[in-house]
Write a protein that binds this ligand. Structure first.
Ligand code: AMX
Length: 433
């Protein structure tokens, strides 16, 4: 057993007893009520599932195991030599274990994932069989499904396994999957955009640095961006579409590959992760139509109004839970101020940030007029020459694996049951009132 697996078992398994006792003592306490509007409104007002890794406050933003993003900048002081951005191994450890890791814990995780990072040949063959024009997110989920042949959970279940032990093969799949995703994603990028010229992993690099390297971007600043990007996109509590679909599909004891592929199909929607692609298309469309690299605030305002008049959303703005500027937007803004303060696209993102909120507010129906994580991320990637925006959601997906896979380990350790909410017909609802 690897040392993290031992530590996870020691931490997570006693929690089952604790939760059973808690539920026995307080199981009938009412924690909320909901309305017909909540049912028609995508269940947004309903607290209905347990996710241990992070918790979202509508005003403050995300807290990972209790720590906000600014607090984590203080706490996660695990940098590669010469670096100053948090390394994603640290946030994964925090989400899985609920504790700030030591430098040794983080180094062990880097080594652990490097050891597990071998992608079976048939996964590349499956990708090679697809037309190069296949959207990178479709390639990504197909590759995840192709890797399902390796599922330790599926093999153990087939042989027969005690339900108390489900967490063990889940952990193995989770670690293997996370370790292999950067290689798979980089392969998709290089086959789609770089003439099939693939780059071998460098086992001396950390997980995110290696991802940047395999994509073909070796500047230290890009590796730093990857570390920040992979850290801040990793989790956003349990109810968002990618996290919830992973959890839901996992609750049928579908193995982690099947569950994660489901989550990624949800991330591929334009109201969720695909928004990062849409933001860049929207910004570029604006600059092209105005024939300028830096549209004025007046020009931006008009373009926003035109977008709304065409019955389209302004991508990168709004959120189902957040009601303030996303701290993940702010942290990317901080990175841009440090590394590329004069970049045209970045400055346009900042001008859009000044113009859009009052316009959305004036509509009187948008609950959150502020930018989310996707409003900024593409401009940073464009700066370093990673300009193929259709690939951006795959990068989000690689990062999102950290949170949803840590959660899946907990789901199985806590023996969370099959998820099956009750649905109702409109006719039945009408009869009730
Ligand atoms: N531009 C225009 N209209 C918007 C809007 C935006 N950015 N955000 C919300 N609205 C509209 C909705 O479409 C809805 O209009 P309708 O009543 O005519 O159907 C109305 O405002 C109320 O919506 P809401 O309750 O404020 O939002 P929601 O919880 O239903 O949806 C979200 C949230 C994110 C889907 C929505 O804000 C949106 O479409 N944003 C743009 C896409 C985007 O950036 N998505 C990424 C979110 C972050 C992520 O998951 N990665």
């Amino acid at each position: 057993m690897d040392s993290l697996k031992n530590k996870f078992a020691e931490k997570a398994l006693p929690e089952v007893v604790k939760i059973k006792e808690f539920a026995k003592a307080h199981g009938n306490k009412v924690i909320g009520t909901y309305t017909i509007d909540d049912i028609y409104g995508g269940m947004k007002g309903i607290t209905g599932l347990v996710t241990e890794t992070s918790l979202l406050d509508s005003n403050e933003g995300i807290r990972f195991r209790g720590y906000s993003i600014p607090e984590l900048r203080e706490k996660l002081q695990h940098f590669v030599e010469g670096g100053s951005e948090p390394i994603p191994e640290a946030i994964f450890y925090l989400m899985l274990m609920g504790e700030i890791p030591s430098n040794e814990d983080v180094q062990n995780l880097t080594n652990n994932w490097a050891r597990r990072a071998i992608v079976p040949r048939h996964v590349f063959n499956v990708l090679d069989a697809l037309p190069r024009t296949t959207h990178p997110m479709t390639q990504f989920t197909i590759a995840i499904m192709a890797m399902q042949t390796e599922s330790v959970f599926a093999a153990s279940y087939r042989k027969g396994i005690n339900k108390k032990d489900y967490w063990d093969p889940t952990y193995e799949d989770v670690m293997n999957l996370i370790a292999r995703l950067p290689r798979v994603a980089a392969y998709i990028y290089r086959r789609t955009y770089k003439n099939d010229e693939h780059i071998e992993p460098d086992p001396k690099l950390d997980w995110a640095g290696n991802f940047g390297h395999m994509l073909g971007y070796d500047e230290p600043d890009f590796a730093e961006l990857m570390r920040l990007y992979m850290t801040i996109h990793s989790d956003h509590e349990g109810g968002n579409v990618s996290a919830h679909s992973t959890h839901l599909v996992g609750s049928a004891l579908s193995d982690p590959y099947l569950a994660f592929a489901a989550g990624m199909n949800g991330l591929a929607g334009p109201l969720h992760g695909l928004a990062n692609q849409e933001v860049i298309r929207w910004l570029q469309g604006m600059c092209e139509s105005l024939n300028t690299k830096r549209p004025s605030k007046e020009q931006i305002a008009q373009y926003v109004k035109d977008t709304l008049a065409q019955g389209q959303v302004v991508p990168g703005y709004g959120h189902a839970v957040l009601r303030k500027t996303d701290p993940r937007f702010i942290s990317q803004m901080g990175f841009a101020k440090k590394h590329m303060p004069d970049d045209d696209m970045v400055n346009t993102v900042w001008n859009v940030y000044e113009v859009v909120p009052p316009i959305l507010e004036s509509l009187g129906k948008v609950k959150n007029p502020w930018p989310n994580v996707d409003a900024h991320s593409g401009a940073l990637l464009q700066h370093y020459g990673l300009v193929e925006e259709d690939f951006y959601t795959v990068m989000f997906g690689v990062s999102r694996s950290l949170g949803v896979m840590a959660s899946l380990c907990w789901d199985r350790a806590l023996s969370l049951p099959l998820e099956r909410p009750k649905s109702i017909t409109t006719e039945a609802l009408m009869k009730m009132v």
